[in-house]
Design a protein around this ligand. Structure first.
Ligand code: MN3
Length: 199
C-alpha cells in the first residue's frame, strides 16, 4: 500500500508564494486522492503489489488496459506530486556547479532555461505539467505532459517539475497562471534539483 509522504515543511511555510490553504488541499486531498485510487486499483492485481512506484510506471504498458490507465493517472499523479512538493522549500538552496555547467551546455544559460521552462508551463493547454528532464547521457530538456502523465521512462527522468493544474494555484492566483509560475520559482530549491540531477 502506498502512503502519502509527509511534507518537510508546514502548509503555511511557502507563504506568500504558495498559500497554506492551497498547500493543505493539494497535499491532503489531491495527492492523497491519487494514492487512494492507485491502492484501490492494485487491490484486484495482487501480483503487482510488490512493485515500486517507478516500476509500476515503467512496466505499465504490459498491464491490462484498466490497470494501465489507473497507473498512468494515479501512479503518475503520486510520482509527480512527490517530486513537486520535494523541490519546493521555504529556504531554497543553491544550484550545484555540476548542474549549472549542464544547463549552460544545453541551454546557453540559466536564464534561457528558466525562460523555456516558464513558457512551457504557461502554455500547457488544460491540466498538466512542465518539466526539466535528464536523459541517460545527462542531457537536459524542457518537456510538457498532459494530465498526470510523467516524463519518467527507461531512458529519462524528471529532475524538476511544476504542476499547472488549476488546483495548484486557483485559490490565490485564479486565472493568472504566469504569476503562480513566478511564485513557484521563488520557492524552488535548486539544491534539491541538483541532488535529483546527480542521482
Ligand atoms: Mn496537483
Amino acid at each position: 500500500m502506498f502512503e502519502l509522504p509527509k511534507l518537510k515543511y508546514e502548509y503555511n511555510a511557502l507563504e506568500p508564494f504558495v498559500d497554506a490553504k492551497t498547500m493543505e488541499i493539494h497535499h491532503s486531498k489531491h495527492h492523497q486522492g491519487y494514492i487512494n485510487k492507485l491502492n484501490a486499483a492494485l487491490e484486484s492485481h495482487a501480483d503487482k503489489k510488490g512493485l515500486s512506484l517507478s516500476e509500476l510506471l515503467l512496466q505499465k504498458d504490459s498491464f491490462d488496459s484498466q490497470l494501465q490507465k489507473a497507473v498512468q493517472n494515479h501512479a503518475g499523479g503520486h510520482f509527480n506530486h512527490c517530486l513537486f512538493f520535494d523541490i519546493m522549500s521555504p529556504t531554497p538552496g543553491e544550484m550545484s556547479q555540476e548542474l549549472s555547467a549542464q544547463i549552460e551546455a544545453d541551454f546557453g544559460s540559466k536564464d534561457n532555461m528558466i525562460e523555456e521552462f516558464f513558457n512551457a508551463a504557461a502554455s500547457v493547454f488544460g491540466s498538466g505539467w512542465a518539466w526539466l528532464v535528464k536523459d541517460e547521457n545527462g542531457k537536459l530538456t524542457v518537456q510538457k505532459t498532459s494530465n498526470q502523465d510523467t516524463p519518467l521512462t527507461d531512458s529519462q527522468a524528471p529532475i524538476m517539475g511544476i504542476d499547472v493544474w488549476e488546483h495548484a494555484y486557483y485559490l490565490k492566483y485564479q486565472n493568472k497562471r504566469p504569476d503562480y509560475i513566478k511564485a513557484f520559482m521563488s520557492v524552488l530549491d535548486w539544491q534539491k534539483v541538483s541532488d535529483n540531477f546527480r542521482a
